[in-house]
Design a protein around this ligand. Structure first.
Ligand code: SF4
Length: 372
C-alpha cells in the first residue's frame, strides 16, 4: 500500500526533505523501521513513543505507519519522554512492539521488561569534523577524548579521522551498559568519559547545549570543550559548573534543619531505585528525622504540591531533575549523596554527582575507533 499521507498532505515535513523541519536536519530511518514492522510476525498493534522535539510530528508519523502497515493499529504515547530510561511500559497490554524514537537502547534495563522495543535514534546530518578539530585546538594537549550523544554517534569515525589528520590523537571510551554505544554520554552517565580519563588531556563533546557536557564536567577534572555542529561554535561551560556547585551547596545548607523529608522514587523503568530509597529512609530515621517514600511517574510541582508541608525532598529518580529543575520546588531537593553530606556521612570536599550506573562496569581503556 502506498503512503496516502503524501497525497493528502503535500506540505508534510515527512515528504518534503527541503522543508525547514526537524526532518531536514535528522535522519529518522522511518523506511528501515517500517521494514522491520512489516516483517514482524502477526503484528496487530504498534506503540509509538517520542521525545519532546518530535512530538509535534507524532500524529503524522502514526498516520504514515498506519498507511504503510495495512490492518495494523498504531497507538501514540503522549507523555513526555526524556530518555530510554522511561520506556512506555504501561502500553504493553495493548501493543506487540513499541517504537521508541530519539534515544538508543539502555541495555542495563532490558531484564526489567518483556516488551519488544525498536529504538530509532534521530541522527543529525550536520558534519562534525571541522568543529571537532577546532574544539580540540582548545585543549592543553593532543590526546582528545571524544564524547557525544545518540544524535552524532554515527559520525564518530569521521571526527576521529579528522582529528588524526590534524595531528591529534583521538581517544574513544566505552561506557557501562547503561549506554548503548562508544563515546555516548547521558545526562546521568559519563562512564564513556571516565573510562578513558587517564589517557586524555581533555574532552571534546560533540553536540549542542550544556545538558550532556555538564554530566562529564561533574565527573572529571580534565577540561571539557563543546563542539556545536549546529552553529560551528566552540566554547567551554564558562562559570556554569561553579554556579551549579554553589546551588548544590545552598540546597544542602537549607536542608540541614529538615525534620520531615520526602524520598522520591521514580516509577520509570530506568530510573527506579526503591532499594536506595528504603536505605535513605533508614538513615533519616536513625538521625531522628521523619521520612516518607513518595513514588511518582512524572516529576513536577503540580504532582508534588500536596507534599508542600515537607521540609526537604531527596530524589532517587533522574538526577538531572535535582540539579536542573531545583528552582521549580519551594523546598530544597537533594541527591542521595547530598543527603549523606546533610547527615554528616560525607564531606563537602567529597562531593559526588549522583551518577546512574549500569549493571556492568565500563571496560577500562579506549575502544578501537574501527569498532565505533
Ligand atoms: Fe536522561 Fe535522566 Fe533518563 Fe538519565 S535518568 S537517561 S538523564 S532522563
Amino acid at each position: 500500500m502506498v503512503n496516502t499521507l503524501s497525497r493528502t498532505n503535500p506540505d508534510s515535513p515527512l515528504e518534503t526533505p527541503a522543508a525547514p523541519s526537524v526532518f531536514s536536519s535528522y535522519d529518522l530511518d522511518l523506511a528501515g523501521t517500517l521494514a522491520k514492522l512489516r516483517a514482524w510476525p502477526d503484528l496487530k498493534t504498534v506503540g509509538l513513543q517520542f521525545p519532546d522535539g518530535l512530538r509535534d510530528y507524532a500524529a503524522e508519523i502514526a498516520q504514515r505507519f498506519e498507511g504503510e502497515l495495512p490492518g495494523v493499529a498504531v497507538v501514540v504515547n503522549a507523555d513526555p519522554s526524556y530518555g530510554a530510561c522511561d520506556l512506555a511500559l504501561n502500553m504493553q497490554k495493548w501493543v506487540d512492539v513499541l517504537v521508541h524514537f530519539g534515544h538508543t537502547e539502555m541495555p542495563s534495563i532490558n531484564h526489567l521488561h518483556t516488551m519488544p522495543v525498536i529504538f530509532v535514534p534521530a541522527r543529525h546530518r550536520a558534519d562534525v569534523s571541522a568543529v571537532t578539530v577546532k574544539a580540540a585546538g582548545e585543549l592543553p594537549g593532543r590526546r582528545v577524548g571524544l564524547l557525544t550523544t545518540a544524535q552524532h554517534a554515527h559520525q564518530l569515525k569521521e571526527a576521529a579521522e579528522a582529528l588524526r589528520k590534524a595531528g591529534f590523537e583521538p581517544v574513544v571510551g566505552v561506557g557501562d551498559n547503561r549506554v548503548a554505544g562508544a563515546a555516548q554520554l547521558l545526562g546521568c552517565n559519563f562512564t564513556a568519559g571516565t573510562s578513558v580519563e587517564p589517557l586524555v588531556d581533555g574532552f571534546v563533546y560533540i553536540g549542542s547545549g550544556d545538558f550532556h557536557p555538564i554530566a562529564i564536567a561533574f565527573g572529571t577534572k580534565k577540561p571539557v570543550v563543546l563542539a556545536d555542529p549546529y552553529t560551528n561554535e566552540v566554547r567551554d561551560l564558562g562559570g556554569k559548573m561553579d554556579l551549579l556547585l554553589r546551588q548544590r551547596h545552598a540546597a544542602i545548607a537549607r536542608a540541614r534543619d529538615a525534620k520531615s523529608v520526602g524520598i522520591l522514587v521514580s516509577l520509570r523503568v530506568g530510573q527506579e531505585r526503591m532499594l536506595l530509597a528504603k536505605g535513605l529512609k533508614r538513615l533519616l530515621e536513625q538521625s531522628g528525622r521523619r521520612a516518607t517514600i513518595i513514588a511518582l511517574d512524572f516529576f513536577s510541582w503540580d504532582n508534588l504540591q500536596y507534599f508542600r508541608h515537607l521540609d526537604a525532598l531527596v530524589n532517587t529518580g533522574c538526577p538531572r531533575v535535582t540539579t536542573d529543575d531545583y528552582a521549580r520546588y519551594p523546598m530544597p531537593m537533594l541527591t542521595p549523596q547530598e543527603l549523606e553530606i546533610v547527615l554528616g556521612r560525607r564531606s563537602w570536599e567529597d562531593y559526588a554527582f549522583d551518577e546512574f550506573k549500569g549493571t556492568k562496569p565500563a571496560p577500562k581503556g579506549r575502544a578501537r575507533v574501527a569498532d565505533v
